[in-house]
Design a protein around this ligand. Sequence first.
Ligand SMILES: [Zn+2]
Length: 428
Amino acid sequence: MRTAFRGSVFHCIADPGEQDSEDAFVYFDDGLLIVEDGLVVELGKADELTESLSADTRIEDFSGKLIVPGFIDCHVHYPQLDVIASYGEELLDWLHRYAFPREMRFADEAYAHKVAALFVDELLKNGTTTALVFGTVHPHSADAIFEAAAAKNMRLIAGKVLMDANCPEALRDSAETGYEQSRQLIERWHGKGRLGYAITPRFALTSSEAQLEAAGRLAAEYPDVWVHTHLAENHAEVEQISRLFPWSSNYLDVYDRFGLVRERSVFAHCLHLQDAECRLLAGSGAAAAHCPTSNMFLGSGLFDLRRLRELQIRVGLGTDVGGGTSLSLLKTMREAYKVLHLQQQPLPPGRALYLATLGAAQALYLDDRIGNFEPGKEADFVVLDPAGTSISAHRSALAESISELLFALIVLGDDRNVAATYLQGRRA
Ligand SMILES: [Zn+2]
C-alpha cells in the first residue's frame, strides 16, 4: 500500500559545501513524500502530486513540520550509556577509570540486552535511524544490539570489540578467540535484514600485532563487512602508538600494515593526523567520523573538516557516547558548527544536515540505500517539529527561509523536536 507524507521536506543530493550551495539540496515548502513497500517512490510538490494519488493511498499530514532523512550516527558505543557524563579525564584515563570497569558489567547477558534495548529506543527518539555501533569484548554484546535493532527493523552495523592488550584481564579476548568469535558473528548477522557487521578493534593500543593481523585476515576474507575503530583522538594516545609500534611511520600506518584501511573502514575522531595519513584515508576510500561533543568533553582537539573534505575524504558525524554527551545528532550538528567556527570554518545548516544524512551514508557506503529521498531508497525519515519547545517555536516562527529554520532547529533542537521517526515508511 502507498502512503503519502505531507509536510515541508528537505534533503541533500550532494555535499552543499562551505557556502551551502543550493544545487546540493532539494526543498519543498509544501511537499509530498510517497512511500510504498518501505521504499521512496516519489517526492514533489503536494499540489502537483496529490491529484495523481490513487484512491487507496493513505495520507499522513505533517503540515507545519519538517521531514528530513533519518539521521545516521557513524560512531557510538552502546555499552557506554553507563558512563555518559563521567567527570574530568582525558581519553586514556577516562577509559581506565570509567569505561573499562563498566564494560565488565556486560559479561552479564541479560544486562547487555537491557541496555541494548534502551539504546535503540533512545536513538529512535532522537531521529537516528542508522548507527555504526561498538559493543564490548563479549560476543553476546553484539547479539544483544543486533536483536534490539532487528526488533525495530532498524538499519544498524555493529561488532564485538577486539581487545587483547593494555586493558583489564576481564575484558581481554585473544587473537584467536577474537577472530573466531567475530567470524561467527559475521556468519550469524551480516546481511541479515538491515544488519551489517563491523570488525571492531577498539584501537591499536589495545590490540597485539597478532590480533591486528587476525583482524586484517578477517577483513580480507569478508570484504563487504565494515571495519570500525578509533584514530588519532588524543595526543598521549598518538605518542603511545609511536612507542608501541616503533616501525610505523604514523598511527594510520599501523592499521594499514594489517590491511585494515580500505573501503568501509570508519575511523572515529581523526584529529591529530599527518598529511600522509590524510592522503591514505583519501586514497583508500576509508571514512572519518567527526565526534564533536566527545572531542570537546574529553578535551581531545578540533576536527579539521576543510582539510579532510578538500581531499574528498568521506566524513560523517558520530555522537561517540559515552565520551560524547548526547545521542542527539541535532546537538552533535550544533557542536560541529562551534568546533568549525573556532577554526574560522563555516558549517552552514544544509551541510550540517548533509554530514548527518547523505554524507554519513556515503561514509558507510550505504548511499545506494539511505541518506536522502531519491526514488528506490529506504524510507527512513524524521519529522522535526519546530514547535517542540517554546523557545524553538518562538525562534522558528520568525525564520524567513528554510536555511534559517533548519539552523534554528540545529542550534535549539533536541528529542523534543522529533515528532516522529519512520523506518521504511513505518512509524518506529
Ligand atoms: Zn569511540
